[in-house]
Design a protein around this ligand. Structure first.
Ligand code: ZN
Length: 226
């Protein structure tokens, strides 16, 4: 009789223990679920889920996402806005903004776009630096004649002066120049008409290689005719 009782008691005790354990587990799961649901509910109306995503990514052991947008070169619109803020000088003495003509989109030899403006002036008129910077290259070409490539101080842009009659005395490559500094004189060297001397002036945004002969053309007209 006693033995039976003891067995019953033992069985009852085991049941109680297992019931207790499952109850505890159930309660724990329920608590976790409720907690999660509550958190989700409280997070959902937040307008900035990006921060949460970023945290999750960096805590996952992956390297933080590269700041691709910051590293990328500024857009052409930004570059032009930057140039507009520099107050570029009309690079030919005595020429006022109202005398400039927008010939940037004109077509030239070999169906090429002009990508520059021609500033008409008598032969020998002073040509001055449109901006601070350095003389990147003094170059003579068949089309441009006697030319100057100047870089701006940040080496983002190049300014190109062509058909010069001659350079200012002492002008040399790698020399730094100031806005308004004399660079040379208007002429008609290269393919310019003898009886129409002018300064062919171009602006380009340089590539990452800073090659003086390359770049994306920017219309100087709106930057000078302000
Ligand atoms: Zn031209």
């Amino acid at each position: 009789m006693r033995r039976i009782d003891r067995r019953r008691q033992e069985r009852l005790r085991r049941r109680l223990v297992s019931f207790g354990i499952s109850f505890a587990l159930g309660a724990l799961v329920a608590t976790l679920l409720t907690d999660r649901l509550q958190r989700r509910a409280s997070h959902s109306p937040e307008p900035l889920p990006i921060a949460t995503t970023g945290e999750a990514e960096s805590s996952g052991g992956r390297p933080p996402r590269a700041p691709a947008v910051e590293a990328a070169a500024p857009s052409m619109t930004e570059a032009i806005a930057d140039l507009a803020g520099r107050n570029l000088l009309i690079p030919v003495d005595g020429v006022t903004a109202n005398r400039l003509m927008d010939t940037f989109n004109d077509s030239r030899a070999l169906a090429r776009r002009h990508d520059a403006i021609d500033i008409m002036a008598p032969r020998g008129t002073e040509v001055r630096a449109a901006d601070d910077g350095t003389i990147a290259k003094l170059f003579t070409s068949k089309a441009g004649g006697l030319t100057i490539y100047q870089f701006d101080p940040t080496q983002t842009f190049s300014y190109y002066y062509a058909h010069l009659d001659r350079y200012a005395s002492g002008l040399a490559e790698h020399q730094s120049v100031r806005r308004g500094q004399l660079l040379g004189y208007v002429g008609s060297t290269g393919n310019a008409s003898e009886n129409a001397p002018h300064l062919h002036f171009a602006i380009a945004r340089l590539g990452t290689d800073r090659a003086w002969w390359k770049g994306d053309p920017i219309n100087p007209y709106p930057l000078l005719a302000k």
